[in-house]
Write a protein that binds this ligand. Structure first.
Ligand code: NAD
Length: 351
């Protein structure tokens, strides 16, 4: 099968593409606009493969989408392209409305036109898989409650509201037009190639430079952390084995307060990169909380476990150690993101 992956130069999209090229016989077309979050250097291990192609395209550009569908004839779409950083959505929501809502609509329409032109057997096997977030459910008050696939939507931030809108569009294109769609809602991911503005890489890189480690409020926000390679395996299972029209929640059963995550990172760095007898915890600084910050997210992932026999391989302890070790061994990748050279020298970019 040939899979069109949107947002394949991002954190999760690049993990999905590495998984498909390394562990399956399928081919990939990576369709990505290459915003600040897109980094083709995250794909250097696989981009020489004859089963990999890259198209620098904006999902809001319907003519370009039509050309890509026509030229590549994919059997499935995995849609990850999005504006994804909550803080940026608070400072400037417009790009989130444009890409996450208008872009998803434009991609759905381009996909539908292509799908309508397929012969019956290819029409039946075609899949449109929309990758979304647990943030669409809002936050949980009851400490025993978990998000299930039927939890009502109650997004809090411009980011989560735009993702919720895109989920509704995908469901409507399935119900109204019969497009064979699947939706997944996943908890917080962490792991290699994560853009340094996000909590875990930010803490690691700031600590190594002796900078303060900013923690929102008391750091008591609870997130369910999933190692990105476990997520990539789950997504591939859903697009290849999932039941059309279904939603699957994906989570790691690793509920941690942000402050616990920061402490775990400091302790690993104290062990792996000791700092002149001091602990990196000395650098922790509590900063004013984000407006509208959800307190707790937690996923019930039993449906995907039952239906598709997927469970995460990594525990939080094994995954976070792998992550810290990866950053310590890949400071060059981080440096090129931090100094902007990854954008100036777009390797293999077509435009
Ligand atoms: P990311 O920000 O790292 O990557 C997004 C990618 O999309 C980038 O390569 C960017 O260049 C591309 N892109 C942005 N706008 C585009 C456009 N208009 N046209 C084409 N490409 C465009 O994001 P991520 O963390 O890899 O997340 C991927 C998806 O997974 C998103 O849809 C996000 O909502 C969802 N998700 C993320 C998490 C998480 O913890 N990171 C958790 C659950 C769900």
């Amino acid at each position: 099968m040939k899979i069109l992956v949107t947002g394949g130069a991002g954190f999760i999209g690049s993990a999905v593409i590495r998984h498909i090229i390394d562990s399956t016989a399928d081919s990939v077309v990576n369709l990505d606009k290459l915003t600040y979050a897109g980094n083709l250097e995250s794909l250097l291990d696989v981009s020489d493969s004859g089963r990999y192609a890259f198209e620098q395209v904006d999902i809001c550009d319907s003519a370009e989408l039509k050309r890509v569908f026509h030229n590549h004839q994919p059997g499935a779409v995995m849609h990850l392209a999005a504006e994804s950083h909550v803080d940026r959505s608070i400072d400037g929501p417009a790009a989130f409305i444009e890409t996450n809502i208008v872009g998803t609509y434009t991609l759905l329409e381009a996909t539908r036109q292509y799908w309508l032109g397929l012969d019956d057997s290819h029409k039946d096997t075609f899949r449109f898989h929309h990758i979304s977030t647990d943030e669409v459910y809002g936050d949980l008050d009851d400490p025993d409650e978990l998000f299930t696939e039927t939890t009502p939507y109650a997004p809090s931030s411009p980011y989560s509201a735009s993702k919720a809108s895109s989920d509704h569009l995908v469901r409507a294109w399935s119900r109204t037009y019969g497009l064979p769609t699947l939706i997944t809602n996943c908890s917080n991911n962490y792991g290699p190639y994560h853009f340094p503005e996000k909590l875990i890489p930010l803490i690691i890189l700031n600590a190594l430079e002796g900078k303060t480690l900013p923690v929102y409020g008391k750091g008591d926000q609870v997130r369910d952390w999933l190692y990105v390679e476990d997520h990539a395996r789950a997504l591939y299972k859903v697009v290849t084995e999932g039941v059309v029209g279904e939603t699957y929640n994906i989570g790691g059963h690793n509920e941690k307060q942000n402050i616990e995550v920061v402490h775990a990172l400091c302790e690993l760095l104290d062990e792996l990169r000791p700092w002149q007898g001091r602990s990196y915890k000395d650098l922790i600084t509590h900063v004013q909380d984000r407006p509208g910050h959800d307190l707790r997210y937690a996923i019930d992932a039993s449906k995907i476990q039952r239906a598709l026999n997927w469970t995460p391989i990594e525990t939080f302890e094994s995954g976070i150690r792998k992550t810290v070790e990866w950053y310590l061994s890949n400071l060059e990748w981080c440096g090129r993101v931090q100094d902007g050279s990854y954008q100036r020298e777009r390797l293999g970019a077509t435009a």
